[in-house]
Design a protein around this ligand. Structure first.
Ligand code: AMP
Length: 481
């Protein structure tokens, strides 16, 4: 089946062509036809299956072919999502697929000022994508009118339940007209979600896909046994692989994420951290940099990475093993999206052996063991920051004391200034949704942002290495172990 076979509005087919999507994913092939007929849909699908388009395309189609509720000005479609990142991404999808429809989308979520979001609604957004908490806030202030809603979608319902949003959802559902089309998507279907679905949907068509296993099968997984203190050295070493174009590194803690970024930047590897301590505008900037390829390495904690949907992630590194084995599957599923393949590399220290066993039990597979290269070299320590507390064992005794300082924390960011800002909370921007799929074709390399190289001249006073070499890397022949 092709998108062209579905009876979608020409403006949507045009946008899909531009996105480079010709074939619907299984969840899209199953959910779009009944949704186009106006039926309620209960979808069981995880992130990565293409579920966002499965509900946004029929919503856009019906919005452009049906008239609004007479006499009501407010939004006509409401999508609820658990997190601000997911809400922003759904908004981008609506903007991308709906770019030739003239329909506007407003995205509202907490943690940022409500002014621009309220303005986006007032400017006549037909589609409102919201996290439940902020929507309730605006409803209480009478700043949003839901009486014109004709299409109501709940995305990642199970996560909304986990996050305690069930009551807000019920309140919101009461404020939405009874006469409407409803879609509910969830990765899992526990009894509470089934109950919620029964109360919100009527005569729903149930569609499901089970991607977990197939996704995992397309990912080349491996694990290195390595002591804690040398993980960052190994990470930098593996990031030299030119295939590692867009990389997510998972750490256990926020502090750990910041520390990895400091060390990588000091080595001239453009990277940025995303975690709960960062302000919303900082997170948006970080994600923009990652999406655009300007910052090819994103270091994240599990919570911060929830809902993260970036195309073309080539590598996932488990710098630390997750405390919950299920999180391993979620983490590595960031790569191998929409049919692409991916690489997942795990670092396991002595204390993490038990966690690794749990992962292997859950995935019913033994992950391939790889050997740490014998010539692995210790990274230079960032100047001006207190270095890691552990003893770096790396290349034994070679002196790093004289490491030239002078590069700030931002040395890895390259010289380019940001252009206009994307990812606005109120989501009127066209979005840079899509991008290169499956490894992509851009040649941005994780290593090097140029600026730091001079500062990274080795302690021996040698000039900075050539661009294609990893800064500070002395080469296997120089000083073996
Ligand atoms: P989702 O499950 O909605 O988070 O989508 C996962 C990823 O697949 C997103 O990055 C989409 O841009 C991409 N995608 C969605 N539909 C298609 C399609 N039919 N063909 C190729 N990629 C798609």
């Amino acid at each position: 089946m092709k998108f062209d076979d579905l009876t979608l509005a020409p403006s949507l087919l045009k946008a899909l062509h531009e996105e480079g999507y010709a074939t619907p994913t299984p969840i899209q092939a199953k959910a779009i036809p009944p949704a186009l007929e106006g039926k309620d849909v209960l979808g069981i699908a995880q992130t990565g299956t293409g579920k966002t388009a499965a509900f946004s395309l029929p919503t856009l189609h019906r919005l452009s072919t049906q008239s609004a509720v007479a006499g009501i000005k407010g939004p006509r479609a409401l999508v609820l999502a658990p997190t601000r990142e997911l809400a922003a991404q759904i908004g981008e999808s609506f903007n991308a697929y709906g770019r030739h429809t003239g329909l506007r989308t407003a995205v509202i979520f907490g943690g940022v000022g409500q002014g621009p979001q309220v303005q986006a609604i007032r400017n006549g957004a037909a589609i409102l994508v919201a996290t439940p908490g902020r929507l309730i806030d605006l409803m209480d202030q009478k700043l949003v009118d839901l009486r014109g809603i004709q299409f109501f979608t709940l995305d990642e319902a199970d996560r909304m339940l986990d996050m305690g949003f069930i009551e807000p959802i019920r309140r919101i559902a009461k404020a939405v007209p009874q006469k409407r089309q409803t879609m509910l998507f969830s990765a899992t279907m526990p009894t509470e979600i089934r109950g919620l679905a029964n109360s919100l949907l009527s005569h729903a068509v149930e569609v499901s896909v089970t991607p977990a296993a197939t996704t995992v099968e397309r990912i080349a997984q491996s694990v290195y046994s390595i002591e804690r203190g040398r993980k960052v050295d190994l990470l930098a070493h593996l990031l030299r692989d030119p295939a590692a174009k867009r990389v997510v590194v998972f750490t256990k803690t926020k502090h750990g994420a910041d520390k990895v970024v400091r060390r990588l930047r000091a080595a001239g590897i453009a990277s940025d951290a995303i975690h709960g301590n960062k302000a919303q505008n900082q997170r948006t900037r970080t994600l923009d940099g990652f999406r655009s390829g300007r910052t090819p390495v994103l270091v994240a904690t599990d919570i911060a990475a929830r809902g993260l949907d970036v195309d073309g992630i080539t590598h996932v590194f488990n710098f630390d093993l997750p405390m919950e084995p299920e999180a391993y599957v979620h983490r590595i599923g960031r790569t191998a999206r929409a049919g692409a393949s991916g690489v997942a590399i795990t670092f396991c220290d002595d204390e993490e052996r038990g966690l690794l066993k749990q992962v292997e039990k859950l995935t019913k597979a033994v992950i391939e063991r790889k050997q740490v290269p014998v010539d692995l070299v210790a990274l230079p320590k960032p100047a001006g920051k207190s270095g890691p507390t552990h003893a770096t064992t790396g290349g034994g005794s070679h002196a790093r004391g004289g490491h030239a300082g002078g590069h700030g924390g931002g040395s890895g960011r390259g010289g380019k200034k940001r252009g206009g800002r994307g990812g606005k909370p109120s989501g009127q921007h066209g979005g840079h949704h899509g991008g290169s799929h499956g490894g992509g074709s851009t040649s941005s390399k994780p290593a090097h942002a140029g600026g730091g190289d001079a500062a990274l001249a080795s302690a021996s006073g040698k000039p900075a290495p050539a661009r294609h070499n990893w800064p500070g890397y002395r080469g296997p022949t120089r000083r073996g172990r």
